[in-house]
Design a protein around this ligand. Structure first.
Ligand SMILES: [Ca+2]
Length: 452
């Protein structure tokens, strides 16, 4: 293996061996993980949400039949929106990320003209896959005003940074930025982007394998199996500064069972975890992992269950990566996805670049409570229900004929909960295609999932 050219990690040595993390599947969950508040064993109870700030989500069981659904335009005129979320406990504001580096505020359905924060001077987009990709508010945001962003900075490197709100609630303080972590890219592809606080109030960060075209691709792929690289991993950190450390790595991470592993790592073997979300009612973590040429996949981590190896680049989906020549690959210790969909690249039904979504926890459509929505870059939305007790999913249902507002090339890039648990779909207005990023007109739209 040519591990010496593995340039996308934070390896202490250029010659670090690629160390498999296999064999760790099924290891015990993190200590202090008071999980399983909600599972199928008590379907009639209504658990409280497990994540601070999601107390307005509705965790009661589903009732009734699913009505015909639609995506109703909520806010338009956004410039390359790529994400939406809410501050803890808030139901009147949403925060939208515009790819080139702005955070915008939507208050009661109206877009504020002035941004909450403008990071465009710091964001560098080498490709359509980069930009300001993720935002997570600290669980105690109402008290400390802290929030975290995941963006691509100088030379396209992944940057995780902390900022603080100003004395004005709709304006952040740009001078407050404190960079926690910087991880170089290869050529701007496979960045990951997700960033979420879990039930343990720790920050989970999805980093892609860093991309790589041609000869560089093989090397960057290997980083996903290299526990001395943060690339291709799900990280779990306590983001607050501690003495001289910009953040700390808590007990319970992968290094507890594999001393070779970097202390930030929680799980490995991911290719491009662009979008992930916890279900606050169960604590399960849903990870959409964008595939290569054959399979798009969704992984679900049961509550407080890390130390997983999701297989890339040994597996793509549930198949040995590399086609027939790779048949018989060693699956020991690898966790296949709960769902894999053929990619459009193989000539199957159109489905390309999975968009990991979120679990509906609103009140408006009771039959959907507990249903996970995900899609692809072209808005081919699908759903399933995940059962914690059996660690398995229901049949996957396609909603692409109902919920594809522009029919094609709409650039669907996120499905997220509002503060009331309802679902919002973020459309950039075009897929952007491959290659270098190019500015476009403000044709982005946020849709709200509603009954017809
Ligand atoms: Ca996988």
């Amino acid at each position: 293996m040519t591990a010496g050219s593995e340039g996308a990690g934070v390896s202490p040595s250029d010659n670090s061996e690629t160390v498999a993390v296999g064999g760790l599947n099924g290891s015990a969950g993190a200590p202090g993980s008071g999980n399983s508040a909600a599972d199928a064993s008590s379907p009639s109870s209504t658990p409280a949400p497990l994540i601070p700030g999601t107390e307005n989500y509705d965790c009661s069981p589903p009732t009734g039949a699913v009505p015909p659904l639609q995506l109703a335009p909520f806010v338009t005129g956004l410039n390359n929106p790529v994400f939406v979320t809410h501050a803890p406990g808030e139901t009147d504001r949403l925060f939208v990320l515009e790819q080139e580096g702005r955070i915008r505020v939507i208050r009661n359905g109206t877009l504020n003209p002035a941004p909450f924060l403008d990071l465009t001077e710091k964001v560098e987009l080498l490709t359509w896959e980069q930009g300001l990709l993720g935002l997570a508010f600290h669980p105690q945001y109402a008290q400390n005003g802290l929030f975290y962003v995941h963006y691509n900075g100088a030379a396209g490197a992944a940057v995780i940074a902390e900022l603080r709100v100003s004395s004005e609630p709709d304006v952040a303080d740009p001078a407050s930025e404190r960079v926690l972590l910087t991880v170089p890219t290869v050529d701007g592809y496979h960045n990951g982007g997700s960033i979420n606080f879990g039930p343990d109030s720790l920050l989970y960060i999805g980093l892609g394998d860093g991309g790589g075209l041609g000869a560089a691709a093989g090397a960057s792929r290997l980083s996903a199996q290299d526990v001395t690289s943060l690339r291709g991993g799900m990280l779990r950190i306590s983001p607050l500064a501690s003495d001289t450390q910009p953040y700390t790595s808590p007990p319970g991470n992968l290094s507890d069972v594999n001393p070779m592993a970097l202390p930030e790592l929680w799980s490995k073997g991911l290719r491009n975890p662009y979008r992930s979300n916890f279900d606050p009612c169960t604590g399960a973590l849903y990870i959409g992992d964008v595939g290569d040429r054959s399979w798009e996949e969704v992984n679900v981590e049961p509550p407080a269950t890390g130390h997983r190896n999701y297989g890339w680049p040994i597996l793509e989906g549930d198949e040995c990566f590399g086609g027939a020549a790779a048949a018989g690959c060693d699956r020991t210790g690898l966790t296949p996805p709960v769902h894999a969909h053929p990619s459009a690249n193989t000539g199957g039904p159109q489905f390309q670049a999975v968009i990991g979504g979120a679990v509906y926890r609103g009140s408006a459509i009771p039959a959907l409570r507990g249903t996970y929505f995900f899609s692809d870059l072209y808005g081919n939305t699908r759903t399933f229900r995940y059962d914690v007790a059996s660690d398995s999913i229901s049949e996957v249902v396609s909603l692409e004929s109902d919920l594809n507002p522009a029919e094609n090339d709409q650039g669907l890039v996120a499905i997220q909960n509002g503060g009331d648990g309802e679902l919002y779909f973020v459309s950039r207005g075009s897929s952007g295609g491959g290659g270098a990023f190019a500015p476009q007109d403000p044709i982005g739209t946020i849709y709200r999932l509603q009954a017809e």
